[in-house]
Write a protein that binds this ligand. Structure first.
Ligand SMILES: Nc1ncnc2c1ncn2[C@@H]1O[C@H](COP(=O)(O)OP(=O)(O)O)[C@@H](O)[C@H]1O
Ligand SMILES: [Mg+2]
Length: 212
């Protein structure tokens, strides 16, 4: 059995993360790999309950620090109950958002200090960063247009101003510039097929030889 790998997908709303995640799972399963496709916040029953609290609109004030703490609480639950066990049994994990999203959304978007996010990341998963992170990048206007075309009312994040997503995008790009080996920027503007092909190329070196 080859070792499982931990792949995360990042990007603003409508960047194509969920689309690419599904296609990557199909590609990897087609090559004989055992894949867990999961998402954040969420991924286990308890963490999905926290997701619901985080995405719900209206009601009480949820300040940026509290939002950040809830995100990391959900992440800790998700890691212990889904991600770590899957990796330990040799499965590949494809996760739709992870800690880079906390730096981008809570750090970039809501001005939570990087020091706080660093501390929480160290406390929750000092030992576990993704083997590869695919940052699907595209203009905010394109992403928001796509997100709007999806069914359902916009959630608490999707309802943010365009300027919020500009800060989120900038924070993602800044992180990618600092960690170019782990975080690969993928042009999210092409056709879905082109984006999936680029995503696959960006993880090809991680695949066992028989699955390349
Ligand atoms: N490369 C693409 N070109 C055009 N439309 C796309 C592309 N990728 C995804 N979409 C569509 O855009 C919308 C948002 O994509 P989605 O994968 O849900 O984004 P995310 O998960 O990043 O918010 C969906 O309706 C999806 O079908
Ligand atoms: Mg999605």
């Amino acid at each position: 059995m080859s070792a499982g790998r931990f792949i995360t997908l990042e990007g603003i709303e409508g960047a194509g993360k969920s689309t690419v995640a599904l296609a990557l799972r199909a590609e990897l399963e087609g090559r004989g790999l055992d894949v867990l496709l999961t998402r954040e916040p969420g991924g286990t029953p308890l963490a999905e309950s926290l997701r619901e609290l985080l995405l719900r609109k209206g009601g009480e004030v949820l300040n940026p620090a509290a939002e950040t703490l809830l995100m990391f609480a959900a992440r800790a639950v998700h890691l212990d109950n889904a991600i770590r066990p899957a990796l330990a049994s040799g499965r590949w994990v494809i996760c739709d958002r992870y800690t880079d999203a906390s730096y981008a959304y809570q750090g970039g978007g809501r001005a939570v200090s990087t020091a706080l996010i660093d501390q929480l990341a160290a406390a929750v998963h000092a030992d576990l960063w993704p083997d590869r992170t695919l940052l699907l990048d595209l203009p905010v206007s394109t992403g928001l247009e796509r997100a709007k075309s999806r069914p359902g009312a916009p959630d608490r994040f999707e309802s943010e101003q365009r300027s919020f997503f500009e800060r989120v995008r900038a924070a993602y790009l800044q992180r990618a510039a600092r960690e170019p080996q782990r975080i690969r920027i993928i042009d999210g503007q092409g056709s879905a097929a082109a984006v999936v092909a680029a995503a696959l190329a960006a993880i090809a070196d991680l695949l066992p030889a028989a699955a390349r």
